[in-house]
Ligand binder design. Sequence first.
Ligand SMILES: [Zn+2]
Length: 848
Amino acid sequence: MKLNKKLFTTIIMLIIVVISVTAQDYFLKNKAPFNAEVPSPEDFLGYPIGEQHTRHDQIVAYLMKLAELSDRATITTYGETHEHRKLVILTVSTPENLNNIESIKSEHLKFIDPNQTPTNYSDVPIFINLGYNVHGNEPSSSEAAMLTAYTLVASNSPEVKNYIENAVIFIDPTINPDGRDRHTQWANQFRANSLVSDGNDAEHNEAWPRGRTNHYWFDLNRDWLLAINPESRGKLKWYHEWYPNVVTDFHEMGTNSNYFFEPMKPIGSKDPIMPKENYEDLNDLFAPYFSSALDNIGSFYYTKESFDGTYPGYGSSYPDLQGGLALLFEQASSRGHLQDTDYGTISFPFTIRNQYTSSIATIKASVENKATLRKYQQDFFKSAVTQKAKTGFTAYEFGDAYDMNRNKAFIDKLLIHKIRVYKKGDKYIVPLKQPQHRMVQTMFETYNKYRDSVFYDASAWSMVNFYNLKYKGLKSANLGEEITSTDNLVTVSKVQQSNYAYIVDWDDYNATAALYFIQSKGVKVASAFKPFSINTSNGSKSFNYGSLMIPVSKQKKSSNEIYKIIKETQDKYNVPIYAINTGFSNKGIDLGSNNFRTLKKPKAALLVGNGVSSYEAGEVWHLLDTRVDMPITKLQMRNYSRANLDKYNTLVMVSGSYSQLDSVQRQKLKKWTSKGNTLVTIAGASKWVIDKKLVKEKLTEKPKDSSKTKTTKRLSYADASEHIGRERLGGAIFKVDLDLTHPLGFGYRSSTLPIYKNNTVFLTPSKNAYSTVAKYSDNPHIDGYISNDNLNIYLKPSASLIVSPIGRGRVIMFADNPNFRGSWYGTNRLFLNALFLGSHISVPKRRN
Ligand SMILES: [Zn+2]
């Protein structure tokens, strides 16, 4: 029998409706009726939410469809990821509100302007930014974003209509699309029709580097303060245009957990610069909404026991510093579609439903407390300009006389956060009396007393120290001229042509990039191992250790060709370059001296893969790829044994277990190094080369206790994790004393340097008197938490940077992380010196 076509279509439609109703029952309870013209996520995608993981481009396409079909939504692109994925925000409200969005925005912004005092708190719709999926492999929240968007755009229930009348909701479905798609691809490719809940299945165990991080393996949930990546830079630009009152940050945690919403752990979260009302009043106002919504669907949860909002670069803390209320949510992960737990299985749809439920509860709580939130944000910005800093300072002054590009990079950060900065002579002034008062404190203040000592992450974030900029607090200050852009901040005088030589300052942050560029054009470059002063086309000038010299007549290229390359270098990197017409110095070495060493171009590889810290590896890759424009081979651990290492003169190892490197592979590494090559080890890898006896160095140990009869003090079992946690070094800033005459110290002018330490690798100073390039100062603490034992027993006597010989080669061992989160402009140079000058470092032997 031939089936009537119309009847067939009707049957199909009915099936779809039945499925939709099921999905709506599970996720969208009590939100009917829905506008039939607007497709649900399931209609659009062709599968019910939770059946598989949705690619970011499909999410964006769905939100675009909503914006196209409905007058309740508009969509904007606020940026693009490293891998060119779109970063979008869907703005949802009533058609009337969206038509008047510019005037609503200007009404809203009056509340953050300390010079205005509007009181119509309830008249202006509240601004809510629902942010999802900052960690790519915590995927439930982006699926919930589609359901939330659909609910707000299509539901005609009185409840939802009330929300959109009283709020403008900004939905950012995926903060980290590159990481999300890495995980999406993984989870979908291993999905079976008969779902496998066994935690051992490939579906539940992603390959290195996993999807949490972005393209360069950076944690974007630390980048709100540091603003290194385009995802955060785009978001911050959007943020400072809209200043939302409430911001969500959705995550996933261990499979066996339940659900977490704020308040967080009290002590650590009471940031010394945050109004206490944020933690005490606003959290208490919102928490009951989440508990009752989750109780309604039978979900379990906890609060108060963990997480802290101390570090200001989380998605759940930065908005608190902008007068908003930031909310952290953590869902137990199904990591895949279905996974076994102690209480049976946890399914992907279940995790999505909890995130969806919290999204709607957030909107409800915000709308019902509109006036309180708005008044809070107004008070926040008003107090910013009236509040006096406890330090007694009214401003900070900073500036580096030798390195304009490093000044520029820091000022760029200040401007991204809307911090006002002024130029006065060759110094820069940042007043405390300004709407971003608390961000100024964040950038410049340092702490050593903490109410809590167990931190979820870093306990130091005074960014001025990251940039190694000398700074001081001022009791009073004249401001000078405001800087509104860094575009023309660095002006170098144009280099003239010379037939003799060119000199490039090694002080400049971009000098390493300039060097690699010149070297890659086939031009020989030498480095000054002693200082000198010489006549330049701009008069007599002193040059420091490490200054680069390009001799013209010693090249295979003509003088004109060399000049062209030199000019191109200067245009590209904005570095000071000088034309020299004589080899005779006024002081110090002449240009023909043997203390100029012709530099080898680095041919570098970085070990990556299982067991290697993807964060530290990503930091190395990011630095070289985005700032030095230098390729580095990412050598997979699984290929190490058959790789020909002779292709490289430099190998970088960051923290990792390196358990795959057995004695044969370690011998291979040692043999390669001994041929004159350079092995650079960071943090855990420095400990590894000592533990495996590749070098004759030692780790700092606790002095042996002489009293043999000493009994162990009893402690309460319940306090164990707190006690053990205190001995962790989550991240703090210390002073080291640097040997400025050592090639690793070239480009520095002061022997005191702030470094970042987030590990407990403590190196004993070398027995060789010339090998300890940097040692912690006698009084090393600058900022952040460290236990007394770690400070006095381990850190103070230890070295921060050691060079240890193997045959004709050397191992350059960093105890600390010079490239932390792409933000340590101050110590990047130490690492880049290891790459560019490493081949020329010998370890002199002294007869004792
Ligand atoms: Zn997370």
